[in-house]
Design a protein around this ligand. Structure first.
Ligand SMILES: [Zn+2]
Length: 339
């Protein structure tokens, strides 16, 4: 058993937990942008969720995380038969200052120099295929790396054509970026890639803080016993996610819900249609997770803030946080309908 902190044992951080669960149910929602102080365990939460998700079948000895007989990498295409092994969903860190070579992959210089052969050394985008790509302080990422990520995130494919190498491989990942809004702005194109933006923070209630410390201490002293203790709860969440994935197609989005979503997006001034599309997908995933078949206005109230806050047009005359502004609008529009 690996040493990871069980997802169900994480105290609080409900926004981030829900956002991750919903993107696991429907990865087309996009990534999750996490705002908050350092040391709030953001990457632990991602790793805990990845461990909780059902194991995936990966081709043994494939560096590109090929999974089934379609969409294979060039190496797997040449194999006579494919053997698979079950592995957890990968979580790959993309550290700040990573070079382009490290991100997209590059010619293996050692083999090229010693053996004269051209061998491609896969990069982080290969390792993150079918998993999560985690970027701490995403707002400090260099522009040319951001451009690369945007291309690959949009196409689901990493294409490397240089140094006499021509490689194309699948690279589909859920992007998780953490950042501090006060340290550098994110480009709108990158912001748009994130389905959700959520806040994490240290709990302010004494009882919650005590619980965090207690569980952390118990985990550190005997991780395996702690994992066993929480296993059943984690499995319940896992089952709900599997069930929700299958139920997505059964969720009805009727015109009244569609028009309410449109009204909200217009009212908050989110540019383009992606905000609306993400909101609808998020609603669908939320219903599937809650085992209902139709979104309600309360579902919109719960989820709209996470899908729209980061898409808000800046208002130089209003320094209220975008989260508060979206919440205000959403509440106005929903309560107006009820009265
Ligand atoms: Zn492969």
């Amino acid at each position: 058993m690996n040493k990871y902190f069980p997802f169900s044992a994480i105290v609080g951080q409900e926004q981030m937990k829900l956002a991750l669960i919903l993107t696991a149910i429907d990865p087309s929602i996009g990534g999750v942008l996490v705002f908050g102080d350092r040391g709030t365990g953001k990457s632990t939460i991602v790793r805990s969720l990845a461990e909780l998700l059902p194991k995936q079948n990966f081709v043994i000895d494939c560096s590109f995380n090929c999974q089934n007989s379609f969409n294979l990498c060039d190496q797997c295409k040449k194999k006579k038969s494919l053997e698979f092994e079950e592995r957890s969903t990968p979580v790959i860190d993309l550290p700040l200052g990573s070079t382009e070579d490290r991100v997209v992959g590059a010619l293996n210089l050692e083999i090229a120099l010693t053996e004269g052969r051209k061998v491609f050394e896969p990069g982080l985008l290969a390792k993150a295929n079918s998993g999560f790509l985690y970027i701490d302080e995403v707002n400090l990422l260099e522009d040319h790396i951001v451009d690369l990520l945007l291309d690959v995130a949009a196409s689901g494919e990493n294409i490397v054509e240089r140094d006499g190498i021509s490689i194309r491989h699948s690279s589909k990942f859920v992007l998780i970026g953490s950042g501090n809004p006060e340290e550098g702005e994110l480009r709108p194109q990158l912001l748009d890639r994130f389905g959700f933006s959520v806040n994490v923070g240290s709990p302010s209630e004494i009882s919650q803080r005590i619980e965090v410390i207690k569980r952390r201490d118990e985990f550190e002293r005997d991780p395996q016993a702690f994992l066993r203790k929480w296993r059943r709860k984690d499995l319940t969440v896992q089952k709900k996610i599997i069930h929700a994935k299958n139920a997505l197609d059964n969720i009805e989005l009727d015109d009244s819900i569609l028009s309410k979503c449109a009204e909200i997006c217009i009212a908050v001034g989110s540019d383009g249609l992606r905000g609306e599309l993400t909101l609808l997908r998020a609603l669908r995933a939320l219903c599937a997770f809650n085992e209902t078949t139709k979104p309600t206005l309360e579902d919109i109230r719960e989820i709209a803030v996470y899908t729209l806050s980061h898409r808000l047009r800046r208002d130089p005359l209003d320094d209220t946080s975008s989260e508060v502004r979206v919440k205000r609008k959403v509440n106005e529009l929903i309560d107006d309908k009820k009265n």
